[in-house]
Design a binder for this molecule. Structure first.
Ligand code: GSH
Length: 307
């Protein structure tokens, strides 16, 4: 089986969630670095309108959202605990909150001089301005309530205190990590390791756990160019979809699928399959031919576009 290709950028917390999962799983993977804001034409060729990062790819199958990518890593590595659906209801409820509310609180709280300096190193000044404007627009059009700038730090600190209290074992829900640890780690990584902020310094259990998560590493990435990733998609055929995943009445219909929380840009195509956790959209693109784009069902809106 070829290695998964991850389209990501270094300072992206959700990309770190995936990189850390690769580390835990001990998997090799192929790394395509994308820029911090759209347009990202090659991702549009692969995934359609979907504009969040990370996106993963296996040949002509494209995986949107860290939850779907986690399922793919779990299956390849034989680590079922990485797939959210295999975690306890408590862990699932925890992840729903940390991957949305706590994520925004932490990212906004992390905004300090060090982070701005690092961002400036990876982006030109006009790029930085476009990045800032892009994120302002993203916040304004969100349907989910995003914490205000002033409330972000107290919210992030309250979250960190809950993490400290939850860490009665080596990992959040037991002696070994599961999906929830990776979801929780990436936002706090933004504060402690990217912004190098000292705001979490008085939380010994949290810091020891973050050190354990960091020690998992990022797996074994090999650099891949955008053109090579597109060629891989073009030369491949999407995986066959088993009959039981083609029985949904919407299969065969033209639909759009979009995140329902923020960055709600739809991807359009024909619904090719539906599993209990994902929608699979068939898309045609001049650059890559037919691709199947996989989205989680939860947190995404599917709309038929024809009668
Ligand atoms: N639910 C998505 C969230 C992904 C997400 O919000 N990613 C951020 C970067 S960490 C993003 O896409 N920001 C806008 C952008 O990079 O264009 C997931 O789990 O993958």
């Amino acid at each position: 089986m070829p290695d998964l290709i991850l389209h990501h950028y270094p300072m992206s917390p959700f990309s770190q969630k995936m990189r850390s999962m690769f580390g835990y799983a001990g998997l090799p993977w192929q790394s395509v670095t994308v820029r911090e804001f759209p347009p990202r034409p090659h991702l549009a060729a692969l995934a359609g309108g979907y504009r969040k990062v990370p996106v993963a790819q296996d040949g002509a199958d494209v995986f949107c959202d860290s939850r779907i990518i986690a399922e793919e890593i779990a299956a390849r590595a034989g680590k079922p605990e990485l797939a959210l659906g295999n975690c306890s209801p408590e862990a699932q409820a925890w992840v729903a909150k940390v991957d949305l509310d706590e994520f925004f609180a932490c990212v906004l709280a992390a905004g300090n001089r060090t982070l701005r300096r690092k961002a400036r190193e990876s982006m030109s000044l006009p790029g930085l301005l476009r990045f800032a404007w892009d994120r302002i627009k993203l916040g304004r059009t969100a349907t989910t309530r995003i914490v205000g700038l002033r409330a972000a730090r107290p919210a992030a600190l309250a979250h960190a205190a809950r993490v400290e209290a939850a860490l009665t074992q080596d990992f959040l829900f037991g002696a070994t990590p599961n999906h929830a640890d990776f979801s929780t780690y990436h936002s706090l990584w933004m504060i402690r390791d990217q912004a190098e902020s000292r705001m979490l310094k008085d939380l010994p259990r949290l810091n020891a756990w973050m050190d354990r998560m960091q020690a998992l590493g990022d797996g074994r990435p090999a650099t891949l160019t955008i053109d090579a990733a597109l060629a891989i998609a073009r030369q491949a055929t999407p995986r066959a979809i088993p009959a039981e995943h083609r029985s949904d009445p919407l299969v065969g219909r033209t639909v759009t699928i979009a995140p329902s929380d923020y960055a709600q840009v739809p991807s359009a195509g024909v619904l090719a399959g539906a599993t209990p956790t994902r929608w699979i959209l068939a898309r045609e693109d001049a650059q890559v031919g037919t691709v199947h784009v996989h989205f989680p069902r939860e947190g995404y809106t599917l709309q038929p576009t024809e009668r």
